[in-house]
Write a protein that binds this ligand. Structure first.
Ligand code: VGL
Ligand code: ZN
Length: 208
């Protein structure tokens, strides 16, 4: 049972969005080819889905600027621009993504006092989203991950998948992902590779 996990392919992380990732929209055609390829039995997506005034937003911390490191609930937290607020266009999946073919969408980042980079659980590793149980119940044995942003939500999702889905073969699809900074991407790929996650291209999976 092969599954594709599309992480946060939302307007907010694409050019013109509130937390735009350079070339974030370039992942859309690649993701669409993967979706249409017939390779997958199951297609799952995550959606960053913050309430207004979320604790990860710099605007919720007087005097703090976006991309400054600060704290949330006593833990180090990057201050982000307001992004992916529930019900706004910024939070919608990219309009060109083949959304009707996605089987299920898991939302995350809904609690004010904790951020959730991973599609599987909050950053404090307390609350789980139900995604791991869902994939296990579906009998998933191989999980290919991609999306936005490689150095945050994709990386944390991949590392959580490794821990929460023991025995499942994991692959990170490099050309179907983009990150916030080049250094962050390089470090994330190194960490994923060293953890035992295969780093692949879409061409290797579905041909050119
Ligand atoms: C993300 C920062 C804040 C992501 C989400 O999807 O990578 N990054 N919220
Ligand atoms: Zn977020």
């Amino acid at each position: 049972m092969k599954a594709l996990l599309l992480i946060d392919i939302q307007n907010g992380f694409c050019p013109g969005g509130n937390l735009a990732v350079p070339d974030g929209d370039k992942v859309v055609p690649v993701a669409n080819r993967l979706i249409a390829s017939g390779r997958y039995d199951l297609i799952v997506a995550s959606q960053d889905w913050h309430p207004e005034g979320h604790g990860s937003f710099a605007s919720a911390h007087p005097g703090k600027q976006p991309f400054e490191l600060h704290e949330l609930s006593g833990k180090p937290q990057m201050m982000w621009p307001d992004h992916c607020v529930q019900g706004t266009r910024d939070a919608e999946l990219h309009p060109e993504l083949r959304v009707p073919e996605i089987d299920v969408i898991f939302q995350k980042g809904e609690k004010h006092h904790v951020d959730s980079y991973s599609a599987f659980r909050d950053n404090d590793q307390d609350a789980i989203t139900g995604l791991a149980d869902y994939l296990r119940e579906q009998g998933v044995t191989e999980l290919d991950l991609c999306g936005l942003a490689t150095d945050y939500c994709v990386k944390f999702s991949a590392l959580d998948a490794l821990e929460m889905l023991p025995g499942v073969k994991l692959r990170f699809i490099e050309d179907a992902s983009r990150g916030i900074t080049p250094d962050g991407v390089a470090a994330a790929i190194k960490e994923m590779r060293e953890s035992g996650i295969d780093i692949v291209t879409s061409e290797q999976l579905i041909g050119g």
